[in-house]
Design a protein around this ligand. Structure first.
Ligand SMILES: Cc1cc2nc3c(=O)[nH]c(=O)nc-3n(C[C@H](O)[C@H](O)[C@H](O)COP(=O)(O)OP(=O)(O)OC[C@H]3O[C@@H](n4cnc5c(N)ncnc54)[C@H](O)[C@@H]3O)c2cc1C
Ligand code: SF4
Length: 323
Protein backbone atom coordinates (compact mmCIF):
# COMPACT_ATOMS: atom_id res chain seq x y z
CA UNK A 1 0.00 0.00 0.00
CA UNK A 2 1.34 3.42 -0.98
CA UNK A 3 1.22 6.17 1.65
CA UNK A 4 -0.35 9.49 0.75
CA UNK A 5 -1.98 12.36 2.61
CA UNK A 6 -5.73 13.08 2.60
CA UNK A 7 -7.05 16.64 2.50
CA UNK A 8 -10.68 17.69 2.95
CA UNK A 9 -10.90 21.34 1.84
CA UNK A 10 -13.78 23.55 2.89
CA UNK A 11 -13.65 25.90 -0.10
CA UNK A 12 -12.84 25.68 -3.81
CA UNK A 13 -10.01 28.15 -3.15
CA UNK A 14 -8.50 25.85 -0.53
CA UNK A 15 -8.89 22.87 -2.94
CA UNK A 16 -7.17 24.76 -5.76
CA UNK A 17 -4.31 25.82 -3.47
CA UNK A 18 -3.80 22.15 -2.56
CA UNK A 19 -3.96 21.05 -6.22
CA UNK A 20 -1.22 23.56 -7.09
CA UNK A 21 1.24 21.21 -5.36
CA UNK A 22 2.73 18.51 -7.56
CA UNK A 23 1.60 14.96 -6.83
CA UNK A 24 -1.88 16.05 -5.70
CA UNK A 25 -5.15 14.93 -7.34
CA UNK A 26 -8.85 15.44 -6.61
CA UNK A 27 -10.71 12.44 -5.27
CA UNK A 28 -14.47 11.78 -5.41
CA UNK A 29 -15.59 8.32 -4.32
CA UNK A 30 -12.10 6.95 -4.95
CA UNK A 31 -13.48 3.88 -6.75
CA UNK A 32 -11.03 4.36 -9.61
CA UNK A 33 -8.31 6.59 -8.17
CA UNK A 34 -7.56 4.32 -5.19
CA UNK A 35 -7.12 1.16 -7.32
CA UNK A 36 -4.93 3.20 -9.70
CA UNK A 37 -2.73 4.30 -6.75
CA UNK A 38 -2.66 0.74 -5.40
CA UNK A 39 -1.62 -0.68 -8.77
CA UNK A 40 1.14 1.93 -9.18
CA UNK A 41 -0.55 3.54 -12.21
CA UNK A 42 -0.29 6.96 -10.55
CA UNK A 43 2.10 8.20 -7.86
CA UNK A 44 0.53 10.74 -5.49
CA UNK A 45 1.58 12.42 -2.27
CA UNK A 46 -1.89 13.78 -1.47
CA UNK A 47 -5.54 13.47 -2.51
CA UNK A 48 -8.06 16.32 -2.17
CA UNK A 49 -11.60 15.17 -1.36
CA UNK A 50 -14.00 17.40 -3.29
CA UNK A 51 -17.28 15.99 -2.01
CA UNK A 52 -17.83 18.46 0.86
CA UNK A 53 -17.08 21.58 -1.15
CA UNK A 54 -20.01 24.02 -1.24
CA UNK A 55 -22.43 22.90 -3.97
CA UNK A 56 -20.27 19.90 -4.93
CA UNK A 57 -23.03 17.35 -4.53
CA UNK A 58 -25.99 19.57 -5.40
CA UNK A 59 -28.34 18.89 -8.28
CA UNK A 60 -30.40 21.95 -9.20
CA UNK A 61 -33.06 22.42 -11.87
CA UNK A 62 -33.66 26.02 -12.82
CA UNK A 63 -36.98 27.63 -13.75
CA UNK A 64 -35.77 28.06 -17.36
CA UNK A 65 -35.40 24.25 -17.75
CA UNK A 66 -31.60 24.09 -17.49
CA UNK A 67 -29.85 22.11 -14.76
CA UNK A 68 -26.60 22.16 -12.80
CA UNK A 69 -25.03 19.05 -11.30
CA UNK A 70 -22.13 19.40 -8.86
CA UNK A 71 -19.12 17.33 -9.92
CA UNK A 72 -19.24 15.57 -6.53
CA UNK A 73 -22.87 14.40 -6.96
CA UNK A 74 -23.07 10.64 -6.52
CA UNK A 75 -24.14 8.61 -9.54
CA UNK A 76 -26.94 7.05 -7.48
CA UNK A 77 -28.33 10.52 -6.71
CA UNK A 78 -28.11 11.56 -10.38
CA UNK A 79 -29.90 8.34 -11.40
CA UNK A 80 -32.67 8.77 -8.80
CA UNK A 81 -33.30 12.52 -9.13
CA UNK A 82 -36.97 13.00 -10.07
CA UNK A 83 -36.52 16.35 -11.81
CA UNK A 84 -33.57 15.12 -13.86
CA UNK A 85 -35.48 11.95 -14.73
CA UNK A 86 -38.34 14.00 -16.11
CA UNK A 87 -36.25 16.48 -18.13
CA UNK A 88 -33.11 14.46 -18.96
CA UNK A 89 -34.04 10.73 -18.75
CA UNK A 90 -31.12 9.95 -21.05
CA UNK A 91 -28.69 10.98 -18.33
CA UNK A 92 -30.51 9.30 -15.45
CA UNK A 93 -30.75 6.05 -17.46
CA UNK A 94 -27.04 6.22 -18.32
CA UNK A 95 -26.12 6.90 -14.67
CA UNK A 96 -28.36 4.03 -13.53
CA UNK A 97 -26.56 1.68 -15.92
CA UNK A 98 -23.10 2.29 -14.39
CA UNK A 99 -21.51 -0.77 -12.75
CA UNK A 100 -23.08 -1.97 -9.52
CA UNK A 101 -25.34 -0.29 -6.90
CA UNK A 102 -22.32 -0.02 -4.57
CA UNK A 103 -20.27 1.74 -7.25
CA UNK A 104 -23.09 4.18 -7.93
CA UNK A 105 -23.37 4.93 -4.20
CA UNK A 106 -19.66 5.76 -3.96
CA UNK A 107 -18.81 7.07 -7.42
CA UNK A 108 -19.30 10.73 -8.31
CA UNK A 109 -20.21 12.04 -11.74
CA UNK A 110 -16.98 14.05 -11.91
CA UNK A 111 -14.90 11.00 -11.00
CA UNK A 112 -16.80 8.95 -13.55
CA UNK A 113 -15.76 11.38 -16.30
CA UNK A 114 -12.21 11.39 -14.90
CA UNK A 115 -11.72 7.62 -14.60
CA UNK A 116 -8.82 6.04 -16.50
CA UNK A 117 -9.09 3.49 -19.30
CA UNK A 118 -9.81 -0.15 -18.40
CA UNK A 119 -7.39 -1.64 -20.97
CA UNK A 120 -6.01 -4.76 -19.30
CA UNK A 121 -2.45 -4.11 -20.51
CA UNK A 122 -2.49 -0.64 -18.96
CA UNK A 123 -4.16 -1.86 -15.74
CA UNK A 124 -1.63 -4.66 -15.33
CA UNK A 125 1.38 -2.38 -15.78
CA UNK A 126 2.41 -3.55 -19.26
CA UNK A 127 4.55 -0.77 -20.72
CA UNK A 128 2.71 1.08 -23.47
CA UNK A 129 2.04 4.55 -24.83
CA UNK A 130 -0.22 5.37 -21.86
CA UNK A 131 2.21 4.48 -19.08
CA UNK A 132 5.62 5.72 -20.05
CA UNK A 133 6.44 3.23 -22.81
CA UNK A 134 5.87 3.36 -26.54
CA UNK A 135 3.40 1.62 -28.83
CA UNK A 136 0.17 -0.18 -28.06
CA UNK A 137 0.28 -3.74 -26.74
CA UNK A 138 -3.37 -4.25 -27.65
CA UNK A 139 -2.98 -3.95 -31.42
CA UNK A 140 -1.24 -7.31 -31.79
CA UNK A 141 -2.73 -8.70 -28.57
CA UNK A 142 -6.08 -9.15 -26.83
CA UNK A 143 -8.24 -6.32 -28.15
CA UNK A 144 -11.77 -7.72 -28.27
CA UNK A 145 -13.04 -4.88 -26.05
CA UNK A 146 -10.93 -2.10 -27.55
CA UNK A 147 -11.88 0.73 -29.88
CA UNK A 148 -12.84 0.79 -33.54
CA UNK A 149 -12.50 4.56 -34.10
CA UNK A 150 -8.75 5.15 -34.08
CA UNK A 151 -7.59 8.70 -33.37
CA UNK A 152 -4.10 8.25 -31.95
CA UNK A 153 -1.65 5.71 -30.52
CA UNK A 154 -4.03 4.34 -27.87
CA UNK A 155 -6.83 1.97 -28.93
CA UNK A 156 -8.59 1.81 -25.54
CA UNK A 157 -12.16 3.00 -25.06
CA UNK A 158 -13.33 5.47 -22.44
CA UNK A 159 -15.52 3.58 -19.96
CA UNK A 160 -17.89 6.40 -18.89
CA UNK A 161 -21.56 5.81 -19.70
CA UNK A 162 -22.75 9.24 -18.48
CA UNK A 163 -20.23 10.92 -20.84
CA UNK A 164 -22.13 9.53 -23.86
CA UNK A 165 -25.45 10.89 -22.57
CA UNK A 166 -23.88 14.24 -21.66
CA UNK A 167 -22.46 14.55 -25.18
CA UNK A 168 -25.90 14.18 -26.77
CA UNK A 169 -27.39 16.61 -24.23
CA UNK A 170 -24.75 19.23 -25.19
CA UNK A 171 -23.61 19.42 -21.57
CA UNK A 172 -20.91 21.90 -20.59
CA UNK A 173 -18.29 20.70 -18.14
CA UNK A 174 -17.21 23.46 -15.81
CA UNK A 175 -13.53 23.58 -14.81
CA UNK A 176 -12.23 26.08 -12.27
CA UNK A 177 -8.73 27.35 -12.94
CA UNK A 178 -6.05 27.94 -10.27
CA UNK A 179 -6.92 31.67 -10.21
CA UNK A 180 -10.60 30.87 -9.52
CA UNK A 181 -11.87 31.77 -12.99
CA UNK A 182 -14.11 29.27 -14.71
CA UNK A 183 -14.05 27.77 -18.20
CA UNK A 184 -16.59 25.47 -19.80
CA UNK A 185 -15.89 22.54 -22.10
CA UNK A 186 -18.09 20.40 -24.30
CA UNK A 187 -17.70 16.63 -23.81
CA UNK A 188 -15.77 16.51 -27.11
CA UNK A 189 -13.39 19.17 -25.77
CA UNK A 190 -13.06 17.29 -22.48
CA UNK A 191 -11.61 14.24 -24.26
CA UNK A 192 -9.97 16.02 -27.22
CA UNK A 193 -6.73 14.29 -28.18
CA UNK A 194 -7.21 11.54 -25.55
CA UNK A 195 -5.80 8.79 -27.78
CA UNK A 196 -2.68 10.87 -28.40
CA UNK A 197 -2.24 11.97 -24.78
CA UNK A 198 0.31 9.79 -22.94
CA UNK A 199 -0.64 11.00 -19.43
CA UNK A 200 -4.43 10.88 -19.23
CA UNK A 201 -7.69 11.28 -21.08
CA UNK A 202 -9.25 14.55 -19.86
CA UNK A 203 -8.11 18.01 -20.96
CA UNK A 204 -8.73 19.38 -17.44
CA UNK A 205 -5.27 20.25 -16.12
CA UNK A 206 -3.87 18.77 -12.89
CA UNK A 207 -4.16 22.13 -11.13
CA UNK A 208 -7.77 22.70 -12.26
CA UNK A 209 -10.89 21.34 -10.63
CA UNK A 210 -14.01 20.06 -12.37
CA UNK A 211 -16.70 21.83 -10.37
CA UNK A 212 -20.00 21.16 -12.14
CA UNK A 213 -21.86 20.02 -15.21
CA UNK A 214 -24.36 22.34 -16.87
CA UNK A 215 -27.27 20.97 -18.90
CA UNK A 216 -28.91 23.45 -21.32
CA UNK A 217 -32.67 24.03 -21.29
CA UNK A 218 -32.77 23.32 -25.04
CA UNK A 219 -31.83 19.68 -24.33
CA UNK A 220 -34.68 19.06 -21.86
CA UNK A 221 -37.64 16.89 -22.84
CA UNK A 222 -38.41 15.59 -26.33
CA UNK A 223 -37.69 11.92 -27.06
CA UNK A 224 -34.59 10.56 -25.30
CA UNK A 225 -33.16 7.07 -25.61
CA UNK A 226 -30.34 5.13 -23.89
CA UNK A 227 -29.15 1.63 -24.68
CA UNK A 228 -26.12 -0.19 -23.34
CA UNK A 229 -25.00 -3.53 -24.73
CA UNK A 230 -22.90 -5.56 -22.30
CA UNK A 231 -21.29 -8.95 -22.47
CA UNK A 232 -22.67 -10.03 -19.09
CA UNK A 233 -26.04 -8.33 -19.36
CA UNK A 234 -25.60 -6.42 -16.08
CA UNK A 235 -22.92 -4.82 -13.87
CA UNK A 236 -20.53 -4.52 -16.74
CA UNK A 237 -18.86 -1.93 -18.94
CA UNK A 238 -20.46 -1.18 -22.30
CA UNK A 239 -19.39 -3.14 -25.34
CA UNK A 240 -21.30 -0.46 -27.21
CA UNK A 241 -23.72 2.13 -25.87
CA UNK A 242 -26.01 4.54 -27.66
CA UNK A 243 -27.43 7.88 -26.55
CA UNK A 244 -29.96 9.56 -28.80
CA UNK A 245 -32.38 12.46 -28.54
CA UNK A 246 -34.95 14.19 -30.67
CA UNK A 247 -35.32 17.63 -29.12
CA UNK A 248 -38.53 19.58 -28.83
CA UNK A 249 -37.32 21.66 -31.82
CA UNK A 250 -37.17 18.23 -33.62
CA UNK A 251 -33.37 18.28 -34.18
CA UNK A 252 -31.66 14.93 -33.57
CA UNK A 253 -28.42 14.05 -31.79
CA UNK A 254 -26.88 10.58 -31.52
CA UNK A 255 -23.62 9.32 -29.99
CA UNK A 256 -22.02 5.93 -29.37
CA UNK A 257 -19.89 4.76 -26.45
CA UNK A 258 -17.46 1.85 -26.22
CA UNK A 259 -15.87 2.63 -29.58
CA UNK A 260 -13.15 5.16 -28.81
CA UNK A 261 -11.51 7.32 -26.20
CA UNK A 262 -14.62 9.39 -25.62
CA UNK A 263 -18.17 9.39 -26.97
CA UNK A 264 -18.39 9.14 -30.75
CA UNK A 265 -20.87 11.61 -32.16
CA UNK A 266 -22.67 10.44 -35.30
CA UNK A 267 -22.05 12.56 -38.42
CA UNK A 268 -24.35 15.57 -38.57
CA UNK A 269 -25.50 14.60 -42.08
CA UNK A 270 -26.90 11.33 -40.65
CA UNK A 271 -28.51 13.17 -37.73
CA UNK A 272 -30.11 15.60 -40.19
CA UNK A 273 -31.56 12.74 -42.24
CA UNK A 274 -33.02 11.19 -39.08
CA UNK A 275 -34.39 14.63 -38.18
CA UNK A 276 -36.22 14.81 -41.53
CA UNK A 277 -38.23 11.76 -40.47
CA UNK A 278 -40.32 9.52 -42.69
CA UNK A 279 -37.73 6.74 -42.45
CA UNK A 280 -38.64 3.24 -43.61
CA UNK A 281 -36.60 0.16 -42.61
CA UNK A 282 -34.51 0.38 -45.75
CA UNK A 283 -33.45 3.96 -45.09
CA UNK A 284 -32.80 3.17 -41.40
CA UNK A 285 -30.46 0.37 -42.54
CA UNK A 286 -28.71 2.69 -44.97
CA UNK A 287 -28.26 5.41 -42.36
CA UNK A 288 -26.86 2.96 -39.80
CA UNK A 289 -24.45 1.72 -42.46
CA UNK A 290 -23.39 5.28 -43.33
CA UNK A 291 -22.96 6.21 -39.67
CA UNK A 292 -20.33 3.49 -39.22
CA UNK A 293 -18.46 4.23 -42.41
CA UNK A 294 -15.35 5.52 -40.59
CA UNK A 295 -15.00 2.53 -38.25
CA UNK A 296 -11.65 0.74 -38.47
CA UNK A 297 -11.90 -2.35 -36.28
CA UNK A 298 -8.88 -4.33 -35.17
CA UNK A 299 -8.59 -8.00 -36.08
CA UNK A 300 -10.94 -9.30 -33.37
CA UNK A 301 -13.38 -6.51 -32.59
CA UNK A 302 -15.26 -6.14 -35.87
CA UNK A 303 -18.36 -7.41 -34.04
CA UNK A 304 -18.59 -3.92 -32.46
CA UNK A 305 -19.44 -2.45 -35.87
CA UNK A 306 -22.43 -4.82 -36.12
CA UNK A 307 -23.60 -3.96 -32.59
CA UNK A 308 -23.18 -0.24 -33.28
CA UNK A 309 -25.35 -0.49 -36.40
CA UNK A 310 -27.98 -2.46 -34.49
CA UNK A 311 -28.21 0.04 -31.59
CA UNK A 312 -28.38 2.93 -34.05
CA UNK A 313 -31.24 1.25 -35.93
CA UNK A 314 -33.15 0.81 -32.67
CA UNK A 315 -32.48 4.44 -31.68
CA UNK A 316 -33.76 5.71 -35.03
CA UNK A 317 -36.98 3.72 -34.64
CA UNK A 318 -37.49 5.12 -31.12
CA UNK A 319 -36.83 8.69 -32.18
CA UNK A 320 -39.21 8.42 -35.12
CA UNK A 321 -41.28 9.63 -36.78
CA UNK A 322 -40.91 6.76 -39.20
CA UNK A 323 -42.73 6.16 -42.50
C1 LIG B 1 -16.31 -3.34 -11.50
C2 LIG B 1 -16.49 -1.96 -12.06
C3 LIG B 1 -17.51 -1.76 -13.00
C4 LIG B 1 -17.70 -0.49 -13.53
N1 LIG B 1 -18.66 -0.31 -14.48
C5 LIG B 1 -18.85 0.91 -15.02
C6 LIG B 1 -19.83 1.12 -16.02
O1 LIG B 1 -20.56 0.20 -16.39
N2 LIG B 1 -19.98 2.37 -16.52
C7 LIG B 1 -19.20 3.43 -16.13
O2 LIG B 1 -19.41 4.55 -16.60
N3 LIG B 1 -18.25 3.26 -15.18
C8 LIG B 1 -18.06 2.04 -14.63
N4 LIG B 1 -17.10 1.86 -13.65
C9 LIG B 1 -16.29 2.97 -13.26
C10 LIG B 1 -16.89 3.67 -12.05
O3 LIG B 1 -18.12 4.20 -12.41
C11 LIG B 1 -15.91 4.76 -11.66
O4 LIG B 1 -14.92 4.11 -10.91
C12 LIG B 1 -16.52 5.86 -10.87
O5 LIG B 1 -17.56 6.48 -11.56
C13 LIG B 1 -15.48 6.89 -10.54
O6 LIG B 1 -16.06 7.83 -9.65
P1 LIG B 1 -15.29 8.23 -8.33
O7 LIG B 1 -16.00 9.39 -7.74
O8 LIG B 1 -15.08 7.07 -7.42
O9 LIG B 1 -13.90 8.70 -8.96
P2 LIG B 1 -12.46 8.74 -8.29
O10 LIG B 1 -11.89 7.38 -8.26
O11 LIG B 1 -12.51 9.49 -7.01
O12 LIG B 1 -11.69 9.64 -9.38
C14 LIG B 1 -11.48 9.15 -10.68
C15 LIG B 1 -10.57 10.16 -11.43
O13 LIG B 1 -11.25 11.38 -11.62
C16 LIG B 1 -10.51 12.45 -11.05
N5 LIG B 1 -11.47 13.37 -10.45
C17 LIG B 1 -12.45 13.05 -9.56
N6 LIG B 1 -13.17 14.15 -9.28
C18 LIG B 1 -12.62 15.16 -9.99
C19 LIG B 1 -12.91 16.56 -10.11
N7 LIG B 1 -13.92 17.11 -9.45
N8 LIG B 1 -12.13 17.33 -10.92
C20 LIG B 1 -11.10 16.77 -11.62
N9 LIG B 1 -10.79 15.46 -11.55
C21 LIG B 1 -11.54 14.67 -10.74
C22 LIG B 1 -9.60 11.81 -10.00
O14 LIG B 1 -8.44 12.58 -9.74
C23 LIG B 1 -9.29 10.50 -10.69
O15 LIG B 1 -8.25 10.68 -11.62
C24 LIG B 1 -16.89 0.60 -13.10
C25 LIG B 1 -15.87 0.40 -12.16
C26 LIG B 1 -15.67 -0.86 -11.65
C27 LIG B 1 -14.57 -1.04 -10.63
S1 SF4 C 1 -4.91 0.42 -25.78
FE1 SF4 C 1 -3.93 2.20 -24.86
S2 SF4 C 1 -3.72 1.65 -22.70
FE2 SF4 C 1 -4.03 -0.27 -23.86
S3 SF4 C 1 -2.02 -1.06 -24.42
FE3 SF4 C 1 -2.69 0.24 -26.12
S4 SF4 C 1 -1.82 2.28 -25.63
FE4 SF4 C 1 -1.79 1.07 -23.74
Amino acid sequence: MTNFAYHRPSSVRDALAALAEKGTRPIGGGTDLLPCIDDGLVQLSRVVDIRDLPGASEIALRADGSARIGAGARLADVAAHAGLREAFPLLTDAAASVGTPALRQMGTIGGNLGQRVRCWYFRRGVRCFKNGGGGCAAVAGEHEYHGIIPSGSCHAVHPSDPAVALDVLDARIEATRPDGTVRQLSVAELYAGAAANPTGEMTIADDELMTAIELPAAAAGGAQHWEKVMQRGAWDFALVSCAAARRTDSTVRMALGGLGLGPWRIASSVEEDVCSGGLDEESIDALAERAMYDAVPLERNGYKVEIARAVLRRAMRVLGPTA
